[in-house]
Design a protein around this ligand. Sequence first.
Ligand SMILES: Nc1ncnc2c1ncn2[C@@H]1O[C@H](COP(=O)(O)OP(=O)(O)OP(=O)(O)O)[C@@H](O)[C@H]1O
Ligand SMILES: [Mg+2]
Length: 235
Amino acid sequence: MREGEFVCLLGPSGCGKSSVLDLLGGFEAATDGRVAVDGGPVPPPGPDRGIVFQEPLLFPWLTVRDNITFAPRLAGVPASVYGPRAARLVELMGLSGFENHAPYELSGGMRQRVAIARAWISEPRLLLMDEPFGALDAQTRLSMQELLLDAREATGATVLFVTHDIEEALFLADRVLVLTARPGRVAAEIPVPFGRPRRYESLLADPRFGALKRGIVASLRGPAGTAAAGPAHSA
Ligand SMILES: Nc1ncnc2c1ncn2[C@@H]1O[C@H](COP(=O)(O)OP(=O)(O)OP(=O)(O)O)[C@@H](O)[C@H]1O
Ligand SMILES: [Mg+2]
């Protein structure tokens, strides 16, 4: 990935998408091959890489606000710095009024939004996001996608984003990588030609959108035209 690039990973269930994120996040070591961040070995997990896991892993005993501010507090960042950022993220994520709630009091989609805010608060240069919007309704998902694009425009962060939703990949990415079934190999690399800022409605009206979507469906099905295990549909 190039610096500042937005790459989406698509591929059948179990092909290793989450594993790629774990490797880049420093949670797992490669048994073979080489994984590099900034041209060097992957450093231990740190605030330079924000990660949103497939399952929103929140600290059940901490409030929404304390979950969001966990990393900066651990790093000794002054409250005067992380406080206003947290307040802004709570508002952006539509969590106002839930700052002092515990995770079990939230819906699945709300928990996922807390996890996203927690990943964003340190303004990481590299964002690793694993199906972060999968649990959201269509309307909330669209506004979260727009938020992500805006946030990335503002920070210039590099984003690796896993999704099963082809339309989501085409809306967000500069480049889509389609992986084959396990062991995952890159089946297709699709540069996304749409400029930025993007509007979802304009994309839907663009004839290239349907063509790209058909191309991705074809590569997900594989060369034999057999449907690979896992969803090749778009929600
Ligand atoms: N070379 C390999 N490539 C991919 N996965 C591998 C490979 N070797 C072992 N695995 C194992 O295969 C599994 C892949 O699971 P992983 O969670 O990464 O899939 P996924 O693509 O995220 O699936 P899902 O879409 O269901 O979330 C893991 O248990 C991983 O350790
Ligand atoms: Mg996964």
